[in-house]
Design a protein around this ligand. Sequence first.
Ligand SMILES: *[C@@H]1O[C@H](CO)[C@@H](O)[C@H](O)[C@H]1NC(C)=O
Ligand SMILES: *[C@@H]1O[C@H](CO)[C@@H](O)[C@H](O)[C@H]1NC(C)=O
Length: 322
Amino acid sequence: MAVAGAPRLLASGLLAVLPLWACDVGDTSEPGLQHLELLQQQLRLLAGARHPEALPLTWVHFPKAGSSFLNVLVHTPGFCPGVPLTVSIDEDSFGCRFATNFFNACPDLCDPASVRCQASPHECIGSRYPELEGHMVGLFRQPEQRILSAYHDEARTWMVLGTDCTHQNSTKPPAPIFARYFAGTVAYQLVGEGLLNYGGGHHWLPGLLDIPERTVEMAEEAVRRLQGFAFVGITEEWDLSICLFRKIFGGPCHALDFSNTRSSFPGKQAEDFYDTAPLEGFQDEIDRIVYQEALRIFRQDLLQHNVSMDSCHDCFAQAGRH
Ligand SMILES: *[C@@H]1O[C@H](CO)[C@@H](O)[C@H](O)[C@H]1NC(C)=O
Ligand SMILES: *[C@@H]1O[C@H](CO)[C@@H](O)[C@H](O)[C@H]1NC(C)=O
C-alpha cells in the first residue's frame, strides 16, 4: 500500500506552532487582588491545559470508536509539526489503512516527546499498562453501536486479521453471531497482550476468530485501567469530546477535527444510531461494564473542566460548527 500523503507532508516542512492557550491568558494588566486571583487561576488553567505529565500520549484506538480522532491528536500544537493543520489523516491522504500508514510515517512527522508512534493503530495494552498508565487517550462507543458499525464496515471483515481493505472476503456470519465474536473486545484490548509479532508490529489486536474468551473479570480490570487514561472521550458525544480534549491539551478547534473521516456509508455521522434489531436482542455484557465507567469518567471530566455545549460555543464557532 503506497503512502501517497507522506512525501507531500514531509515536503511541506515545519508548521508555525500556535501559542498554547493564548486566548486564556488574556489581559493580565489589571492591578490589585483581583489581578492576582486571576493570574493564579490562569496559571492553574495553563498547567491543566498542558498536562506535561501525560505526555507522550498513547492513543488507544478501539475499532469503530472513531479513527477521525487521529486528526485531533496530530493537530494539537507541537505534537506533529510535520502535519499541516490543513491536512486530514484519512483515506485520501494515507490510503485505506490510513492509521497504519500514518503510524509508519509517524517518526518523521511527530514529536516523540508528545505522542507515541505506536506499531499499529489497534494496539492491546496487556502487560505494558504500568508504562502507559497516565498517558493513554481514547474514545469509547456504546457497545452494540460499535458492533453494528463493524458489521456494516464493508472494507473490513474484522474476522480475520489482514483481510481489511481487500474487499475480497466480506463473508460475514449473521449479525447476532458476529456480535458474539466482536463483544468484549474493548475489555480485551485494555487487558490482553494481543499478537506480539504480526506485520512487524507488536501487541496487535488479533482477528476476531483468534481473540481469547472475554470475561467479567477482564472487564473489571479494564475499568481499573480506565483510571490510567489522561483523556476519555465518547464517540456519541463527538463534539463535546473534542472540545474537552482541547480544554485539557490545548490547540485550536479545527473543522477537520469534527468531521468523520471514515463513515460507514455516505452522510453517516457518529451521532446517528444503528437500529439494533438485527442483533436479535444480543447485548455486549462485558464491554457494557467498561463503557459505563467511560461514561462516568467523561461526565465527571466535563464538570471538572466546565465543558458544556454552552462553554464550547467558541470552540464550535472556531470550527465552523454553527
Ligand atoms: C473468506 O472467509 C471464509 C469464512 O470466514 C473463510 O472460510 C475463507 O477461507 C475466506 N477466504 C479467503 C480468500 O480469505
Ligand atoms: C463555565 O462556563 C460558563 C459558560 O458556559 C461560564 O459562564 C462560567 O463562568 C464557567 N465557569 C467557570 C468556573 O469557569
